[in-house]
Write a protein that binds this ligand. Structure first.
Ligand code: UD1
Length: 417
């Protein structure tokens, strides 16, 4: 077991480089299995979710060659066998193997995927999409068997613009006969990255990044090369840290438009930041204005930055609100912020945050990935020492977070317990 120990109050100066997007990489790795032959994925972040996916890819008898952040996946010997519970529970994104294997082999057997405890996380929209394409599924305990004699194009309207369901339906439809249209598709930028990868393999997909995606089925896909886009959530997390602790802190390698909703809120708060090309320079601002934030699907304010943002709101002068609308359980970090000295009332998914309050170091627990990142930010601004337990959640999705923060002046380390 490990914990993160932070000595708070240190200014952050220098440059933090942003890695590849977790939410793209965890779909691109399974997507490589749709192609025959070798695919190369560049800029893959070094996170434990990546390793969990590698284990599934190897279990399916594919070869992986890794050279820093560049990986090659060879599907020549792929075997479409049961993905065991032990493998699938390690991350939510294991559900992408459903669409990929169903699409390629018309059959998949997999246990229900795991992931962060941020809500009930159903997959009904994924299954509805597969059904519309001609598949049937049976469920025994946690084991799903999804199969089809033939997959055919369909008109599918999602009840909610789910990121996972949109991508999974693209995967299943890519080899289906005829045209599939996904209406009310999720518009997240990661989906464009996935479309580009599939199209370079030989797929015929258009519309990713809009709410209507069209997939014309093909009969073969070949290995190709893709680069993972920068992680807008990792970038957003360090940008928020810079808003409270930066002294010319540069967050580099970003695509500024991908963080448009965040920059809009920072401007309203009066945060001192400057964007030049793919670098944003952050400076600590003494008098932050309170604001209201509601998380929304892209291009709205991302749910994955709601928790780190709530820590910034504890430092605004006045009453702010943070309302979560996507997940049912993204409030686990609030009791720990209160324990550290924040003044927050939580009513279901809406937090009313009274600032500005000093935060004090204490012992706290990460309850999920982004909540864990929020607690790191709280520890960095707190007086004294903060110890964060259950840090595996954080390491799932932030690459080299300790080294990146240490390199810009934070006093943060991992200790064995
Ligand atoms: C992805 C991201 C996650 C982000 C989320 C919303 C990945 C690996 N993860 O998660 O970081 O927080 O998008 O931006 O990309 N839902 C259903 N039925 C379904 C599917 C989803 O009801 O079949 C609901 C969920 O319970 C949730 C909402 O839809 O309330 C959003 O889920 P979805 O967009 O699918 O999130 P993920 O793709 O799992």
């Amino acid at each position: 077991m490990k914990k993160i120990v932070i000595d708070g109050g240190h200014t952050l100066s220098g440059t933090i480089s942003i890695g590849g997007a977790k939410n793209s990489a965890v779909a691109l790795i399974p997507a490589a299995l749709l192609a025959d032959g070798v695919s190369t994925i560049k800029n893959v972040p070094n996170i434990t979710d990546r390793d969990a996916l590698f284990d599934i890819v190897k279990h399916l008898n594919c070869d992986i060659e890794q050279n820093d952040s560049e990986i090659k996946i060879d599907t020549t010997n792929l075997k479409n066998i049961l993905i065991t519970q032990e493998l699938s529970v390690r991350l939510r994104a294991s559900y992408y193997f459903m669409g990929v294997l169903l699409g390629k082999y018309k059959r998949v057997e997999i246990y229900f995927p795991g992931g962060c405890n941020i809500g009930s996380r159903p997959i009904d929209l994924h299954l509805k999409g597969f059904k519309a394409l001609g598949a049937k599924f049976t469920k025994r305990g946690h084991k799903y068997t999804i199969k089809a004699t033939e997959l055919h194009g369909a008109d599918i309207t999602l009840d909610f613009a789910s990121v996972g369901a949109t991508i999974n339906i693209m995967f299943a439809a890519v080899y289906a006969k005829g045209r599939t249209v996904i209406h009310n598709a999720a518009k997240e930028v990661e989906i464009i990255n996935i479309m580009d990868f599939l199209n370079q393999m030989g797929a015929k997909i258009s519309g990713a990044g809009t709410d209507t995606i069209i997939i014309d089925g093909v009969t073969e896909l070949h290995g190709t090369e893709i680069k993972v886009i920068p992680d807008r959530i990792e970038a957003g997390t360090y940008i928020l840290m810079g808003a409270l602790l930066g002294k010319d802190l540069k967050v580099s390698g970003i695509i500024p438009e991908h963080n448009g909703a965040l920059f809009e809120k920072l401007t309203k708060m009066g945060v001192d930041f400057k964007i030049e090309d793919n670098i944003v320079t952050m400076n600590k601002t003494d008098h932050l204005k309170p604001i209201d934030v509601t998380t929304l699907v892209y291009p709205g304010f991302p749910t994955d930055l709601g928790q780190p943002m709530s820590v910034v709101l504890t430092q605004a002068e006045g009453v702010s609100t943070m309302e979560e609308t996507i997940w049912e359980n993204r409030v686990g970090h609030y009791p720990y912020l209160v324990k550290m000295g924040a003044n927050i009332e939580v009513d279901k998914l809406k937090a009313t945050i009274h600032g500005k309050t000093k935060l004090h170091g204490t012992e706290i627990h990460a309850t999920d990935l982004r909540g864990g990142a929020a607690l790191i930010l709280a520890g960095l601004i707190a007086d004294g020492t903060t110890s964060i337990f259950d840090i595996d959640y954080i390491l799932r999705g932030y690459e080299n977070i300790i080294n990146k923060l240490t390199s810009v002046g934070a006093k943060i380390k991992i200790e064995e317990i």
